[in-house]
Design a protein around this ligand. Structure first.
Ligand code: S3P
Length: 429
């Protein structure tokens, strides 16, 4: 088992580039594979989650050349995938499993998806239910709620689906199935979740329309492969944004970060807490907005977070809790029940971890209340097998009075393989 120790820092200073966006990297492989012609991908995230997706498509007959910098996907069109000869292993990646379930439901072959011990505990009914309504034949453990999932590809029919959760994974699974369905497929959700699938579908020429609250796609039209430049992942940048805010005397520039408005809840939340954050050099790359983010240390204060901010910052709550732990006053998180079904139960995991560091945290069913302290204590915690819990607590260690030691940190490689190297580069000890 791997352990990482984070020590109190004097400052966080410098300029960094974080690895490519995980969500866009997954989608570049998936949509590139079913488009016609070549899709090139620059800035692909070589984390374990994305490599699971890459291996899956290779196992379905897609040729992907990799010169170490650019991936070249030889797309075979909507009907070009072939039956995989073995079970597809999605590892820890919920995005791989849920999106591929939608895609595989409409193929003319049989496939099986599995994952690691954490992914096999996560709910899959949320995609099976709407896909079944489209005519899909998918079978899983626990009455179809848990992987492994067996998918008997078949003809699908478009539906209008009102999703009870704001989830890009659910929405994307249905849109992918919609590409193969007869007629129109419409998905609506309570609050807009990340819209990378909609953007890439539009960029690849799909028959897609977005409207307030939802998306409509018409099946059957071929996609055309294009060049994708993957921006830096704002979810990875978030750890360094919080690091620079909470360690006095810090100034950090993070270059080339994706600032899609469905993902920038973290910036809005940290600014509302009093964070000094400036976006510079705003531009657009292959249909996605990008900017450089300048962060200076700031005295933070507690705030209330809920509603549509939650899906816009869904992966950042562990590190938001760290910011709240050193802020003045109380931070209240509401409407965030989804955090209980991420890689681990992130409400419980952050409550247990921050309590060990001497922070007053109260769990609620849909969120938590964190009362900031001036003295975060050193402690030893477990990652719960969750990359974002591990990285968040290593960031907390920079602002603590003693060392924070995190056990079971192998999981960091799922999304941010060079996290500790970058942290060493910018943390002045
Ligand atoms: C993702 C969507 C989010 C997010 C996950 C990646 C995606 O999940 O938590 O890390 O790429 O679509 P939900 O859509 O289920 O909230």
């Amino acid at each position: 088992m791997q352990t990482h120790i984070s020590k109190p820092a004097k400052a966080v200073r410098g300029e960094i580039v974080v690895p490519g966006d995980k969500s866009i990297s997954h989608r570049s492989i998936m949509f590139g594979s079913i488009a016609r012609g070549v899709t090139t991908v620059k800035g692909f995230l070589r984390g374990e989650d994305n490599l699971a997706t890459l291996n899956a498509f290779r196992s379905m007959g897609i040729v992907v050349e990799d010169d170490g910098e650019i991936l070249k996907i030889q797309g075979k069109g909507l009907r070009g995938l072939t039956e995989p000869s073995d079970v597809i292993d999605c590892g820890n990646s919920g995005t791989s499993m849920r999106l591929m379930t939608g895609l595989l439901a409409g193929q003319q072959f049989f496939s099986v998806l599995t994952g690691d011990q954490y992914l096999r505990k996560r709910p899959m009914k949320r995609v099976l239910e709407p896909l079944s309504r489209m005519g899909a034949a998918i079978y899983g453990r626990a009455g179809g709620d848990k992987a492994p999932l067996a998918i008997v590809g078949t003809g699908l029919t478009g539906i209008a689906y009102q999703s009870p959760v704001s989830s890009a994974q659910v929405k994307s699974a249905i849109l992918l199935a919609g590409l193969y369905a007869n007629g129109e497929t419409v998905v609506t959700e309570p609050h807009l979740s990340r819209d990378h699938s909609e953007r890439i579908l539009r960029y690849f020429g799909a028959d897609i329309e977005t409207f307030s609250g939802g998306t409509k796609i018409r099946g059957g039209r071929e996609l055309d492969g294009r060049e994708i430049i993957v921006p830096g992942d704002i979810s990875s940048a978030a750890f360094f944004m919080v690091a620079a805010l909470i360690v006095p005397g810090s100034e950090l520039l993070i270059r080339g970060v994706g600032v899609n408005p469905t993902r920038t809840g973290i910036i809005d939340i940290l600014k509302a807490m009093g964070g000094d954050i400036t976006l510079q050099n705003c531009r657009e790359n292959s249909g996605e907005p990008v900017a450089d983010i300048l962060v200076r240390s700031s005295r933070l204060k507690g705030i209330e977070i809920g509603g549509d901010l939650v899906p816009r910052a869904i992966d950042e709550f562990p590190v938001i809790c760290v910011a709240a732990a050193v802020a003045e006053g109380k931070t209240v998180v509401r409407d965030a029940k989804e955090l209980r079904v991420k890689e681990t139960d992130r409400i419980k995991a952050m409550a247990v971890s921050l309590q060990k560091a001497g922070v007053n945290v109260v769990e609620t069913e849909n969120g938590m209340e964190v009362t900031g302290t001036e003295k975060l204590q050193g402690c030893t915690i477990d990652s719960f097998g969750d990359h974002r819990i591990a990285m968040s607590m290593l960031i907390a260690g920079l602002a603590a009075t003693g060392e924070i030691s995190v056990n079971d940190t192998e999981c960091i490689a799922t999304s941010f393989p060079n996290f500790t190297t970058l942290l060493h580069e910018v943390a002045v000890q």
